[in-house]
Design a protein around this ligand. Sequence first.
Ligand code: FUB
Length: 345
Amino acid sequence: MEGKKYLFPDDYMADPAAHVFNGKLYIYPSHDWEAGAEEDDDGGHFQMKDYHALSFDDLENGKATDHGVIFSVEQVPWAEKQLWDSDVVEKDGKYYYVFSAKGYDGVFRLGVAVADKPEGPFTPRPFAIRGSFSIDPCVFKDDDGTIYTYFGGLWGGQLQWWQPLYHGFETIPGKYGDKNGLIDLGPAPDRKTQLFAKPDAPALPSWVVKMSDEMEFAEAPRCVLILDKDGKPLKAGDPHRFFEASWMHKYNGKYYFSYSTGDSHFLCYAIGDNPYGPFTYQGVLMTPVVGWTTHHAIAEFKGKWYLFHHDCVPSNDKTWLRSLKVCELHYNADGTIQQIEGLDK
Ligand code: FUB
């Protein structure tokens, strides 16, 4: 495939998850629209209220089939608003749509909707996943059938609300004083204290959890550690640390954890030997795009690997009106990924 291609020029969509089901490529995006909401650091301008599914028989030369609204926020009793990033996994012939949304208490959680077909329609369950928090689920099925969910997002995604105070700081007792390396930025608008790590403390990590047969958490979530080449956790002040948009894929038996760095606008990746990590930081997967957010998925379709993402070129840089894009992704012989330019020449 030469260069990049917009996947669905008919509408604004973002945060793609990509999977091959029954020989077709399915894209599960967030559905952006002009809600007129004010832009803020908590993502209040992302007021999505329904989800669509797109599919392709021929990704490079064909057009997307839009399967229409597969469910909307009114059908989710626990969710008030902001249907953010989602992902889908197949298990025993059923399709489970795992999504993030904000509840009436102002807290982001993860929910599940179920369908018999990958294009839906999906029926949302009445309750959020028990023990879930934050945003941006990526649901990964390993070769042995075990399903894991990776999730979390800083700032408006509220990940900093849920970090254990001592995470990552055990090795340096007392170094960061009473708050164990966290900075208190004062009360968050809704209910929790807004804690962030100091720049030279280990970065706040995302989370991974094994899923049960009912697609609930089967265990307590575990931190996803991203280590540098010396085996030390990436620091909170590192522009390559985790922010949001977890994605997991497997290539040649290795586990590739990729993510967005949010306020530094990169897509980065790290490689591990098992689904829980730790993962060793490798580099930048894609340089910044037009638009504040950057978010992606990686999938193989018909023998080629692709990077799916979004940018705001068609909306003239309105960061809440994003458009889906795809380009080919290439590996080097040592398993590293060739960096992709976010801006088109
Ligand atoms: O689409 C809303 C949020 O923007 C997502 O959850 C983040 O990953 C970012 O893309």
